[in-house]
Write a protein that binds this ligand. Structure first.
Ligand code: CP
Ligand code: NVA
Length: 309
């Protein structure tokens, strides 16, 4: 098994379903008031170059609930790449803590940290990928139906969320349709990797410019912000470019049985309307809840190995 959790594409379908099974058990145990102390005496370091609510709280609370501890590192204090090289930070942390979760702009920085560290590195979101969110989303979909038989449709910007869901679908054999403007399809690197993985898993992958065509027959409709963290200066032209990609009541008429998903934070009235986000078909708070359980399963897997599942 890989040392790190940088991309779902580094893991096999079997490993992903095994972590999913553990996340489902952890959710059940949590609801019964049980807190298995599997990570007693273990420490997670968390490094955030970008803001966070869900990732920060669920990693910190998750470690505490498993009997471990989390330390928050801020870029202005640590300065990876400015005060100190990624190599030295990775080598120091490897002597003190059991695992590092990093949210960075550049994906190559988490790759470099993983290469230099002897401890596991978890990708807590980069400009390219958000694999922890994809695992929570898998748990959320699995509560409704077998994901391998499901059709997931992503509408909007071909960003880190689109990339991660495309890779997840390709690994596990889920049908994935994407509706984005031609100019904002997922990165070529990710598309090539997804096509190779899909050949092995049998996933069907497709792309269209047209959100109405994309959502017909969908089981899950997913969207994310049109302006990701770090793109704030582009917000105005992005609102114009993606205006036709809003997930609203009229689009949902084309997919009467579909659930609606969003990783949050949402820009209500832009990529999704409030009536849909708060409506009966929305799974957004389930997704947020599952961040806690999915990440506990990832932490256990990386720290304790496959026996953890
Ligand atoms: N979905 C998600 O990762 O939320 P945060 O940015 O608040 O961590
Ligand atoms: N695409 C969004 C995801 C936030 C969880 C961003 O990168 O800001």
């Amino acid at each position: 098994m890989p040392k790190d959790f940088l991309s779902v594409a580094d893991w096999t379908a079997e490993e992903i379903f095994s972590m999913l099974g553990r996340a489902q058990s952890l959710r059940r145990l949590h609801a019964q008031g049980e807190r298995p102390q599997t990570l007693q005496g273990r420490t997670l370091a968390m490094y955030f170059e970008k803001p966070s609510l869900r990732t920060h709280v669920t990693f910190e609370a998750g470690m505490a609930q498993l009997g471990g501890h989390a330390v928050l590192l801020r870029p202005e204090k640590v300065g990876i790449g400015t005060r100190e090289s990624p190599r030295d930070v990775a080598r120091n942390l490897s002597r003190w803590v059991d695992v590092l979760m990093a949210r960075t702009f550049s994906h190559s920085l988490v790759e470099q940290l993983a290469e230099e560290a002897t401890i596991p590195i978890i990708n807590g979101l980069t400009d390219l990928l958000h694999p922890c969110q994809a695992m929570a989303d898998l748990q959320t979909m699995a509560a409704e139906q077998d994901p391998r038989r499901a059709t997931l449709v992503y509408i909007g910007d071909g960003n880190n969320m689109a990339n991660s869901l495309l890779l997840l679908s390709s690994v596990i054999g889920m049908n994935f349709r994407l509706a984005t403007p031609e100019s904002h399809r997922p990165s070529t690197r990710v598309r090539r990797q997804a096509e190779t993985l899909a050949k092995a898993s049998g996933a069907s992958l497709s792309w269209t410019k047209d959100p109405v065509e994309a959502v017909r027959g969908a089981d899950f409709i997913y969207t994310d912000t049109w302006t990701s963290m770090g793109q704030e200066e582009e917000a105005e032209w992005r609102r114009e470019l993606f205006a036709g990609y809003q997930v609203n009541a009229s689009l949902l008429l084309q997919a009467p049985d579909a659930f609606v998903m969003h990783c949050l934070p949402a820009h209500r009235g832009e990529e999704i309307t409030s009536d849909v986000l708060d409506g009966p078909r929305s799974l957004v708070y389930e997704q947020a809840e599952n961040r806690l359980h999915a990440q506990k399963a990832i932490l256990e897997r990386l720290i304790l190995g496959p026996s953890a599942d």
